[in-house]
Design a protein. Structure first.
Ligand SMILES: Nc1ncnc2c1ncn2[C@@H]1O[C@H](COP(=O)(O)OP(=O)(O)OP(=O)(O)O)[C@@H](O)[C@H]1O
Ligand SMILES: [Mg+2]
Lengths: 316, 347
């Protein structure tokens, strides 16, 4: 009697915390929607697709910011993913055992550096290097839209590079964890069939595939929301451009920069609506990546369960 | 009798000789003999330590099988007939037959712990050799040494020699990848890849460089047929292998091992996670396979060793205690320890 009631209060207690988390998420979504009601009412879906950002005349469109956020994050993802996976594979599969733990700690340490520090490093080290690179770009290349733009140093390329550096430790430590969870029986199965080391690693990657995709998406989610470092190097100029060299703007950066200046209510609501969009995008990306990681972890145990023999097998 | 002889591929022995030698006791009569033995050991309570080492489920599964032969499924008689063959005769000794695998003075260490001590044995070609012994005695370590699966384990070290067809497995010029293609392995827990049934069986072929779809199809069908799985899966070759039952998954792993056309198949407790019906399927399969493959099987199930193997090696504490014809080991063991172990008494 006593024990079962303990059990129940434990369940209710933990359930309440879980509910609280859900409540907070819903509360944020609700509050963001409420606080951006003016902008939602005035611009509707046009807010997503127009590029004017004019606080003076009260005309707002978020496209350049959505573009800047997605473009810089996707570029960062393209740069970071191969490196992060390389690090994960090296640490979990190739490195000598004594180096494994120190290397793992080191990558996790990179994740703990505050983004303002990355930002400072970006301004003083990365931006000058990018500028030299831009100056060295031959004129013929500059005709291509991708490389078209003034040699400022600050801009999309600098932002993508710094985001990549920040995302690598995240992606690589999650991917390393996934590879570590691949049952050794999978590698053994491959080796026993005459696989080389690399082929056995490929089997492990194949087994953890969806989890690794999840790790990459988690990095993507992190890149989407990153504010400080990006604000310091992207140039903060709202425009939709494929150019790597042109300064652009992101959703997080515009909120951080303009929130204190937003004098009238519509301006404020427009900024908060950008926050709402960012919230929706990041929650979506995170949910997706969690689901992918979870599905590999679940599969890691599934093959070992011995199911009862089905009738047809008995008959055969 | 003639058809049975045709199934045998052992060309080394002339057929005429077969007819002249009285057939060895088949499985059924062997059982009867075994049951007739004084059952002293059975009633003696197991020492706790030993009892724990054995899987109770395995024992339970094994017990009904030890009953009178009449209660066994009909295929048993086939097995009994398959067992009928030239008497390899105990007096010839284990070394006299053509050895496929030859092990001499083999030691094995995990770090500083020595787990195999001077193993010497010759495993004959196209026969089933069972390895038995208490848990932790080094059966898995030994079987994994044959295809060098232990290479993956850091700090593991071997000395002495294992040769296959006279070639040293641990020699400086030995090619591990090639070795493992010649020596297939089936593990205790079935370990299919999270891919389709087809892709599982195709894996070894593909990493070996085979791309021809027709050839792949053909070998996959043949391998699945040999593993007695074809009829159950032929309509869903492209479905996930993980959707198969435990017994089917294990047969899939056998098919996957057979697809690369090994000469030797190592099986480390292949049926220990399976129920009696799935187990008997695997055993039947081993019977079929020994015409073409040299099989080494680790088992904790005495009945299973007695049913499927031609030779049995008894290991204890990292040493090979006794190695002889399976009949000899079970009916007339030379060592006291062997007798105690196979009769269920221990120590
Ligand atoms: N990877 C390893 N590292 C260190 N020691 C090991 C390792 N694998 C096995 N051993 C040790 O080697 C000895 C032999 O183990 P092994 O797995 O070969 O026994 P086994 O006869 O197969 O036992 P079981 O019947 O329980 O499977 C045991 O003492 C075990 O603890
Ligand atoms: Mg074992």
């Amino acid at each position: 009697m006593k024990r079962s009631s303990d059990d129940r209060s434990f369940r209710i207690g933990t359930g309440a915390f879980a509910a609280l988390v859900l409540l907070i998420v819903l509360g944020i979504a609700f509050e963001l929607t409420r606080q951006s009601a003016l902008s939602i009412a005035k611009f509707g879906l046009k807010f997503w697709t127009t590029s004017t950002w004019d606080p003076v005349s009260g005309d707002f469109g978020a496209l350049p910011f959505i573009w800047g956020t997605l473009y810089s994050s996707i570029l960062a993802l393209l740069l970071a993913t191969p490196i992060a996976l390389g690090i994960a594979i090296f640490i979990s599969e190739l490195s000598p055992r004594v180096l494994r733990q120190p290397l793992a700690y080191l990558t996790e340490l990179l994740a703990a550096i505050p983004s303002i520090v990355y930002g400072l490093w970006g301004v003083f080290v990365l931006v000058p290097i990018v500028r030299k690179l831009e100056l060295a770009t031959p004129a013929a290349l500059k005709k291509i839209p991708l490389f078209n733009g003034p040699p400022l140093g600050v801009g999309m390329l600098a932002a993508a590079l710094i985001l990549a550096v920040m995302v690598i430790p995240f992606t690589s430590s999650v991917a390393r964890e996934i590879l570590k969870n691949v049952p050794s029986t999978q590698r053994e199965a491959a080796y026993a069939l005459g696989a080389t080391r690399w082929e056995a690693i490929k089997v492990a990657i194949g087994f953890g595939k969806s989890g690794i995709i999840g790790a990459v998406m988690l990095g993507f989610g992190r890149a989407l929301g990153e504010t400080m470092a990006v604000t310091m190097v992207i140039g903060n100029s709202p425009q939709v451009s494929a150019s790597l060299f042109k300064p652009q703007y992101t959703m997080a950066a515009v909120i951080a920069n303009e929130f204190t200046e937003a004098a009238d209510e519509l301006y404020l609501h427009a900024l908060i609506e950008i926050g709402l969009l960012l919230f929706i995008i990041t929650v979506g990306v995170n949910l997706l990546s969690r689901m992918l990681i979870w599905s590999t972890k679940r599969r890691a145990v599934a093959p070992t369960i011995v199911t009862p023999i089905v009738a047809e097998e008995v008959a055969a | 009798m003639m058809t049975i002889e045709m199934r045998r591929r052992d060309a080394a022995e002339p057929a005429g000789e077969d007819a002249s030698v009285p057939p060895r006791a088949g499985r059924a009569s062997f059982r009867a003999e075994r049951d007739a033995l004084p059952r002293t050991g059975v009633d003696v309570p197991f020492p706790d330590a030993v009892r724990r080492e054995r899987d109770d489920a395995e024992w339970n599964a094994a017990v009904p099988a030890a009953g009178p032969a009449a209660s066994s499924p009909p295929q048993n008689t086939n097995h009994a007939q398959l067992l009928t063959r030239t008497q390899p005769s105990a007096q010839e000794g284990p070394m006299s037959q053509e050895a496929k695998i030859s092990v001499s003075n083999f030691d094995f260490y995990y770090g500083t712990a020595k787990v195999l001590h001077g193993i010497n044995l010759d495993i004959p070609d196209r026969k089933v050799t069972a390895l038995i012994g208490p848990s932790g005695c080094g059966k898995s370590t030994f079987i994994r040494s044959i295809n060098r699966m232990n290479d993956i384990i850091p700090d593991a070290r071997a000395s002495g020699s294992i040769t296959i067809d006279g070639q040293d497995v641990y020699g400086g010029d030995a090619d591990v990848v090639e070795l493992r293609r010649r020596v297939g392995m089936v593990f205790q827990k079935s370990n299919p890849f999270p891919k389709s049934i087809y892709d599982n069986v195709a894996y070894g072929l593909r990493i070996g460089g085979m791309r021809n779809k027709r050839q792949l199809d053909e070998i996959i069908e043949r391998s699945l047929t040999r593993a007695a799985l074809w009829h159950e899966v032929k309509d869903r070759l492209h479905a996930s292998a993980l959707a198969l039952s435990g017994g089917q998954q294990q047969r899939l792993c056998i098919a996957r091992a057979l697809a690369v056309d090994p000469e030797i198949v190592l099986m480390d407790e292949p049926a220990s996670a399976l129920d009696p019906i799935a187990t008997s399927k695997i055993e039947e399969l081993i019977y079929e396979l020994k015409d073409n493959y040299t099989i080494v099987i680790v088992t904790h199930n005495m009945q299973q060793a007695a049913r499927v193997s031609d030779r049995t090696a008894f290991f204890m504490l990292g040493r090979l205690i006794e190695y002889a014809e399976t009949n000899e080991i079970f009916m007339n063991p030379k060592e006291k320890m062997t007798e105690d172990y196979v009769t269920g008494r221990f120590g």
